[in-house]
Ligand binder design. Structure first.
Ligand code: CP
Length: 307
């Protein structure tokens, strides 16, 4: 089956193909499977953007979306993730989109199921469609990745977005730097980029990519001052004024306004935050098409313009 699990396991040529496909969808291309195809979205963690944009993407592709709410399912009776997915497979579902709190939850599934799995986020592990939509947004802006400086700033240790983006950006030829509180640095990412002072990073980067402070993954409650964080590690109005001409601001969202980024900057001229969300639909259309064609659920494909 053709799964989408991480961006680190996809060759760069295939990443480019997905981005090209997503770009074509953004320009009005369309595709539908010839056979009736069922998909389900299994979100074991909260989501607004990923869940809704997958659903929009599925409907634009003419897929039959099976309503599935974890909290109204037999998961509440103790049914395992494997049995849940195997059940959906048995009743004819061709692809499942899964977000789960356990890192690498898909490892126990991939060799045992006969449908495509699209990872919508696993714990602190990976978020491949977020990474792909970030790449599409950067490519639309600059036309290339080589030599671009991307500063990933904030709660890096708990961020699947940082993990998904750092290695693929480096493979594409970008320079990656990290910044933010030292206690949230992640030594496992040191091969992909060095750590830099926030003022240097924001002044010199082409892309300032801010990360949400993920209190829900911090375990024991720790004292946290929003005002202090914003002053020390956030994109303040003063730091934005020092940014390079032509540089852009990104954030996977949801945004903690006035924490990672000043409220006034969320929709400023440099911000591509809502463009990222828009691109999320096109990237998800592209990865669904890839999964369904390469997963063997579809034999013929074609492009046509949306009417
Ligand atoms: N960026 C992102 O994954 O947002 P959601 O948690 O709302 O899906």
């Amino acid at each position: 089956m053709k799964h989408l699990l991480t961006t680190t396991d996809i060759p760069i040529e295939e990443i480019r193909e997905i981005l090209d496909e997503a770009q074509a969808f953004s320009e009005g291309a369309a595709w539908q499977p010839e056979q009736q195809t069922f998909v389900a979205n299994l979100f074991f963690e909260p989501s607004t953007r990923t869940k809704c944009s997958f659903e929009v993407a599925e409907r634009r592709l003419g897929l039959q979306v099976i309503p599935f709410e974890v909290n109204a399912s037999s998961v509440l009776k103790g049914e395992t993730l494997y049995d849940t997915v195997k059940t959906l497979e048995s009743i004819g579902v061709g692809a499942v989109v899964i977000r789960h709190s356990i890192d690498n939850y898909f490892m126990e599934l991939t060799e045992r199921v006969n449908l495509s799995i699209l990872n919508a986020g696993d714990g602190c592990g990976h978020h491949p469609t977020q990474s792909l939509l970030d790449l599409l947004t950067i490519r639309q802006e600059f036309g290339h990745f080589i030599g671009l400086k991307v500063a990933i700033i904030g709660d890096i240790r708990h961020s699947r977005v940082a993990r998904s983006n750092a290695s693929v950006l480096k493979r594409l030829g970008a320079e990656v730097v990290f910044s933010g509180p030292e206690k949230w640095f992640d030594e496992s990412l040191i091969d992909f980029g060095t750590y830099e002072d926030i003022d240097v990073a924001t002044k010199t980067a082409d892309v300032v990519m801010l990360l949400r402070v993920q209190h829900e993954r911090h375990g024991e409650e720790e004292s946290f001052s929003k005002e202090n964080y914003h002053l020390l590690y956030g994109l303040t109005e003063e730091r934005e004024q020092q940014m390079k001409p032509g540089s852009i601001i990104m954030h996977p969202a949801p945004v903690n306004r006035d924490v990672e980024i000043a409220d006034t900057l969320v929709e400023c001229e440099r911000s591509r935050i809502f463009k990222q969300m828009e691109n999320g639909v096109f990237v998800r259309m592209a990865v669904l098409k890839r999964a369904l064609i390469k997963g063997g659920n579809e034999h013929v494909h074609h492009h046509q313009k949306w009417s």
